[in-house]
Design a binder for this molecule. Structure first.
Ligand code: IPD
Ligand code: CA
Ligand code: CA
Length: 277
């Protein structure tokens, strides 16, 4: 299906920022040898990409508001439209020269997510969707979530909390439950790609806590248009508010939710409180 004008605007911004990230990614490998490490360089690459996306989207759609990871909330003249942008999702991978990272751009209209784009400059793969029009990879092939219904045959992706993040104990309980029931667990390091790959049927399911809107807004549109089901860990649709997502096809979503709820019920009050922070 040919891209709409809206998807083309998002694509142009993502590709331009992607070229900047790809150039900087090439440099990071050289910097690994330096004693200081490339952290400052990566932060500059992140800001450069965000600057490009902001400029491109503002030029094409003047007045739209923004929620961007680095710049935060930017109010435009048009309060009905808001771009939600992560210019570099997978920063830790980028910093370590691991070619799994993405640009994530979503559009919200009247508070509803209506379009999403996730672009991985390292593989040149683009995942796009518009509400009611389906989800696509590289503008050509339609995306569909995997059809598997048995967890024992399913590969499930997740995000692992790390130093400075809450919820370690609860995560270990959840991991124990899901790893015992599934064919394998994966962790890519980019929540946006985790959702895109679940929409593409590469992963059968995905869950993660403590996420921000820019990590998942675009992926939510893409996954929904690929026939996926998703909720927060309580089975409600407060995904963006809670920062927690459980996703898959209808059956896998229900099975994951059941196991996660049971793992949560077994967690200590301290673990639950920590995950709610
Ligand atoms: C991170 C990635 C990662 C997820 C983290 C996010 P960032 O985003 O999406 O997969 O586990 O919670 O913060 O920092 O690379 O933009
Ligand atoms: Ca992110
Ligand atoms: Ca980021």
């Amino acid at each position: 299906m040919p891209s709409s004008a809206l998807i083309n605007v998002m694509l142009t911004a993502a590709r331009k920022a992607g070229r900047s990230l790809a150039r900087d990614f090439g440099e990071v490998e050289q910097l690994q040898v330096s004693l200081k490490g490339p952290a400052n360089f990566v932060s500059a690459a992140d800001h450069r990409a965000e600057e490009i996306i902001h400029a491109e989207l503002s030029r094409a759609r003047p007045g739209y508001s923004f929620l961007m990871e680095e710049r935060g909330e930017i109010k435009g003249d048009d309060p009905t439209h808001r771009w939600i942008v992560d210019p570099l999702d997978g920063t830790t991978n980028f910093l370590h020269s691991i070619p799994i990272f993405s640009i994530s751009i979503a559009l919200e209209r009247e508070g509803e997510l209506v379009a999403g784009l996730i672009y991985n400059p390292a593989t040149d793969e683009t995942f796009t969707a518009e509400k009611g029009k389906g989800a696509f990879i590289n503008d050509r092939r339609r995306l569909r979530v995997a059809a598997r219904s048995e967890l024992a045959a399913s590969v499930i992706c997740t995000g692992v909390p790390h130093a400075g993040r809450p919820g370690h104990d609860l995560f270990l309980k959840e991991l124990r439950a899901i790893m015992a029931a599934s064919a394998g667990i994966r962790r890519t390091g980019s929540a946006a790609l985790d959702l895109a790959w679940t929409a593409a049927g590469r992963f059968d399911g995905f869950w993660e806590r403590d996420l921000r809107p820019w990590d998942i807004a675009a992926g939510m549109v893409i996954l929904r248009e690929a026939g996926g089901y998703m909720s927060d860990a309580n089975g409600k649709d407060r995904i963006l508010e809670e920062g927690t997502i459980v996703a898959g096809n209808e059956t896998i979503h229900a099975k994951l939710l059941k196991l996660l709820k049971a793992a949560g019920a077994n967690a200590t009050p301290e673990a639950k409180a920590a995950s709610a922070n």
